[in-house]
Design a protein around this ligand. Sequence first.
Ligand code: 9MR
Length: 367
Amino acid sequence: MGACSVSLGACALDNTQVDYGPLDGPGLRETPPRSGLLYGAAVEASQLGEDAALAGAVARECAILVPEGALKWRALRPASDRFDFRGGDAIVRFASLHGQRVRGHTLVRHQALPDWFAASAGSGNASSLLAAHIETVCGHYAGQLQAWDVVNEVVDPRAAHGLRETPWWRLLGAGYIGTAFRTARAADPAAVLFLNDYGLEADGHAADAKRGLVLTLLRRLLDAGVPVQGLGLQSHLVVGDRFDSLIGFLEQVRGLGLRVAVTELDVSDVPVPGQPVSARDAAVATTYATFLQKVLAVPGLVREVLTWGLTDATTWLRSYRPRPDGLPTRPLPLDEALARKPAWAAIRTSLARADARYMIPSPRKQA
Ligand code: 9MR
């Protein structure tokens, strides 16, 4: 949260007049037609199957989808000896029907593990359990996914060694990260393999520490020949965040030869007073625009921008980070009735500007 939360009245973020352009016209998937920059969102298979209006909006707005939960262990592994691909398959089918790409999320994470995991996984079988999972899941979708979040949320500034002490870390040690990438590469030679994490975008000491750890980890993996190809910036932002440190970090990631994706973008409106809603929406839109302008400033580095959901109706923030005043938070480009919000216009304008920038060839050096 930045200084704007203290005195919103004097702050540009409270400017209800912000205007990022009209809310009509084609969907966000049509906005950056030249550079290949893609907009998309996280979806659940159940939403696409049961809510025709939402499915229509997803088809209209998104060039790329990511399953919010369907490819996590908890959904895929009802029992230690069974895989359930129904949710993931439904999303891949929907995407194929609508000419959309799909990212895979996520092969290794400390959360969303099935209930049987704790009792069944031990140091004797963890290695084969992880390998079999990645081989089976990556193999099932090989050729159909544009990218995989191979490992998710693995750095932790609170740990002396900088890595999150996940069940995998406890059972296998730090080497599990490299093993996961290598196994994914072998099972799906085409998908772009990402390390995906949060808390890397805004200014401040906490993010500085995390950025440092991520760079150290990426360098270590690359030095060891691990096939990591990209960094996913989850980008769970809060109104008032500032992003002046971001470009320097992105340049360093680019210097490692990696690409970057914005994988889970949303903007919490918790710091903004509940009423009027228009002021909240304007502040959220401004944070989207400020962030996208920075993260898309390095031409060609980011090729995908995905929000974590498309509509406020389905956002994880309503249950995980509710507003203290009890009003429903409004962090996404569409409202509950699937109407476009100022955040939608901010995304469209930001992508269009980046599209133009991405297309400008770098000036040739004068002889
Ligand atoms: O949005 C997701 C929520 O519905 C799930 O219950 C939760 C647990 O798996 O995961 C949420 O998604 C997270 C994502 O997988 C990784 N980055 C943080 C996301 C928000 O918590």
